[in-house]
Structure formats: structure tokens, C-alpha cells
Design a protein around this ligand. Structure first.
Ligand code: AMP
Length: 383
């Protein structure tokens, strides 16, 4: 007969504790409790050939988390939507260097996708993600410089993450949401009005479930890091936000799970945004401080690249925005305050290729428009 759910056991055990029992009964209770804990532990699967536990629900993860606390082990959380790549792995490495146990969450959060966005086609690759985590875990074990290892993956269902039912993706959808304004309404928030509401909501849930000492986010999504830092500050969440550098392909393209949508032809020219931002950065490094001086040459380069790419490759892109903003508020700047620095960021939409060839690799999903984002931090000048 399969054992009863542990909650029933615990209820009856606490009931037993409340009554006067003799030594034999106490010993029985202890053995019973140990068996339950063993059963609970065995019930959580692990990624094959690893000790990485896969949690799908909240209460077993909380039970595990309590144990870490009792054993004075720190926990670092790396939230992801899966389709892992080297950028995600760099965050996990950073977390393992600073914590005893790393939890990687893998969850494609519906509420951060707009109604017309790519939720249904968002790349998922569970098997491949598990392999990458297995290999990384081995690498971490062999590297003496780490404090900890990948202890667990939290891969919940939507029913678990949204226990009152999944809210809609519409702007006026009702539900329990976290909104961080005005920073969440600017730039990415202006182009994707429900995005940061979804991100802040899911991160609040993850932080409440895992209660990590530290959480790890990539600079690649810099406005997200600003929103999360503000949420942590304003809601007094007891965690520290750590931002890891953007991992790039050799040609400078920021790694992203969405790059698989590009296909061969658009991939060749997808560096447009990083090139444009580099030109703006060069201006700042050479002492330029006004918006026109910094962004002017960047916008000129964008125009040139647009013509060149269309002539040579029959690929067009649209610039959504190129921004020079304050590092804490993401408010647009006319002049950079040297003591604060600034964030240069941008978004471009790579349009579907023109005249696709019969056997051409158009990318995952048949080559829909792909929105790419990137940024560079202009550091304060230390006088
Ligand atoms: P995602 O799965 O796209 O939601 O990303 C999960 C986390 O990985 C976020 O904190 C991202 O900012 C981070 N991330 C994504 N791409 C990169 C990258 N190229 N370099 C560093 N971090 C990244």
C-alpha cells in the first residue's frame, strides 16, 4: 500500500505528541517520523546521475529550505525560464561561488508575456537543460573555488505558481499582481505594458517560496534588475540582489533563449544593437556627456547599418528605442551626471527575412519578428 501523504502523518504525529505517551510509543513516533522524512526525501526525483533535487511543488521545497537554515547553509536563487544557455550558467556559477546551495528555478511565466507575444512558442528544452545542469554541477564539484553546488531545480506548474487560477495576460487582467512604477512603465515597460508586472509578480512568489539569501539576475535584462532591486527595497524583502555580467557570443551578440528564432541570415547581422551601443559608449569614454553627443553617432550608425544590411542580406530591422537613462530610475537623461553614470540600452526588432530561399534556415518558429535587447553600463567617473 502506498504511504499516506506526509501531511496526514504529521497531523497525526503532532496529535500523538499532545497526549501523554509511554516511552515505547515515543520511540515508535520517532521511527515513524524518520521513515516519513526518508520517504519524503525519496519521493522528490533528482536529475539523472546527479544529486540535484527536482521540486515541482512548494511544500517539499520549503521543507528542504528549512533544513538548509538549520544546517547554516545559505541559499542562492537563479530564476530562469529554461532553454538554458551560457548566460544562465554564468549566473549559476556566480551563485555557487557565494552560497552553499543553489536553487535554479525553471518556469515559463505566462503573465509576463503580452497577449500577442510568443508564450506558446517560447523555447523549452527540459532534457537539454538537465544535461547542462548535470555538466555544470560536475564542473563546480571539481573546482575548489566554489562554496556550494546546484542543490535543486524548482520547476513548478502554473497551477502551483498561481493557486487562485492563472490571471489573464491582458493589460486590465484581474489578479494578485505586484507592480513597480514608474520604473516598470519606462522603456521595455512602454513596449511591453504587462511585462514587468508579470516579472515582479513571479519573482515575489519565487522569493517567498525559496527565501534565498541572494538572488541572481543578468545585466542582459538591466531594467529587470532595476525593477527587482526596487521591489526588494520597497517590500523589505530579506534578500540581496546580485547582477551578473552579460555573456556574449564571440561576435558580441548578447546570448538569449530567443536567439534561436533568428535563423542563419538574421543571426549574421543581429549584432547591430551591440555595435550601435558600443559607439555610444565610446563617446562617453572620450568625455562626451550630453545626450546628443553620446546618442547622435549611435543613431547615425544605426541608419547606415539598416541600409547596408538590406542591400547585402535583404534583412531589415526596426529600432524600438535607444536610451540613455539614469541607473536607478531609468528616466531619460539629457546630460550624464558623472557621479552616477548611466545606462545605455536599446531594443531592435529584426523583421522576417525577405525572399526566403527554399532550404533556408529561417529559425525556430519559422522566423517570426525577433525583438532583441542589449545594454551597456556607463560607470560613474571616479574623481
Ligand atoms: P530568462 O530565462 O531569459 O528569463 O533569463 C533568466 C536570467 O538569466 C535573467 O536574470 C537574465 O537576465 C539572465 N540572462 C539571460 N541572458 C543572459 C546573458 N546573455 N548573460 C547573462 N545573464 C543572462
Amino acid at each position: 500500500m502506498p504511504p499516506k501523504p506526509a501531511s496526514t502523518f504529521w497531523t497525526s504525529l503532532s496529535g500523538a505528541r499532545a497526549r501523554p505517551v509511554n516511552g515505547g510509543a515515543l520511540a515508535f513516533c520517532r521511527t515513524f517520523a524518520t521513515t516519513v522524512i526518508r520517504y519524503r526525501r525519496a519521493a522528490e526525483p533528482t536529475i539523472p546521475n546527479t544529486t540535484i533535487i527536482v521540486f515541482r511543488d512548494v511544500s517539499p521545497l520549503r521543507q528542504w529550505r528549512r533544513k538548509q537554515l538549520h544546517e547554516y547553509r545559505t541559499v542562492g536563487l537563479v530564476p530562469t525560464m529554461g532553454a538554458l544557455h551560457a548566460g544562465h550558467l554564468s549566473l549559476i556559477r556566480l551563485a555557487a561561488a557565494e552560497n552553499s546551495a543553489v536553487v535554479v528555478s525553471i518556469y515559463v511565466n505566462p503573465t509576463q508575456f503580452g497577449v500577442h507575444e510568443d508564450l506558446d512558442s517560447y523555447p523549452t528544452s527540459w532534457e537539454q537543460d538537465c544535461k547542462l545542469l548535470m555538466n555544470l554541477d560536475r564542473e563546480l564539484a571539481n573546482d575548489g573555488g566554489n562554496m556550494g553546488k546546484i542543490a535543486a531545480v524548482f520547476a513548478p506548474t502554473t497551477a502551483v505558481m498561481y493557486p487562485s487560477g492563472r490571471p489573464g495576460q491582458e493589460i486590465d487582467a484581474k489578479g494578485s499582481f505586484v507592480t513597480i512604477t514608474p520604473v516598470g512603465e519606462r522603456l521595455e515597460g512602454a513596449s511591453r505594458p504587462t511585462f514587468f508586472r508579470g516579472v515582479a509578480t513571479v519573482c515575489m512568489k519565487l522569493f517567498n517560496i525559496v527565501t534565498p539569501e541572494k538572488v541572481y539576475f543578468g545585466q542582459k535584462d538591466i531594467q529587470q534588475t532595476v525593477v527587482i532591486k526596487k521591489m526588494v527595497k520597497d517590500f523589505h524583502i530579506d534578500t540581496q540582489v546580485v547582477v551578473g555580467e552579460t555573456t556574449r557570443e564571440p561576435d558580441g551578440l548578447a546570448m538569449s533563449s530567443r536567439n534561436v528564432y533568428l535563423g542563419t541570415r538574421r543571426r549574421k547581422v543581429a549584432t547591430v544593437l551591440s555595435k550601435v551601443l558600443r559607439v555610444a559608449e565610446t563617446g562617453y569614454l572620450r568625455g562626451k556627456r550630453t545626450r546628443d553627443e553620446i546618442l547622435g553617432p549611435a543613431n547615425e550608425l544605426a541608419k547606415l547599418l539598416l541600409i547596408e544590411q538590406h542591400q547585402l542580406h535583404k534583412v531589415r530591422f526596426e529600432i524600438d528605442y535607444i536610451s540613455l537613462a539614469d541607473p536607478e530610475t531609468m528616466e531619460e537623461l539629457e546630460i550624464v551626471d558623472e557621479s552616477r553614470g548611466a545606462i545605455l540600452s536599446g531594443a531592435v526588432k529584426m523583421l522576417p527575412v525577405e525572399a526566403p530561399q527554399p532550404d533556408e534556415d529561417l529559425g525556430f518558429g519559422g522566423g517570426p519578428p525577433v525583438r532583441l535587447i542589449d545594454n551597456i553600463v556607463l560607470k560613474p567617473v571616479i574623481l
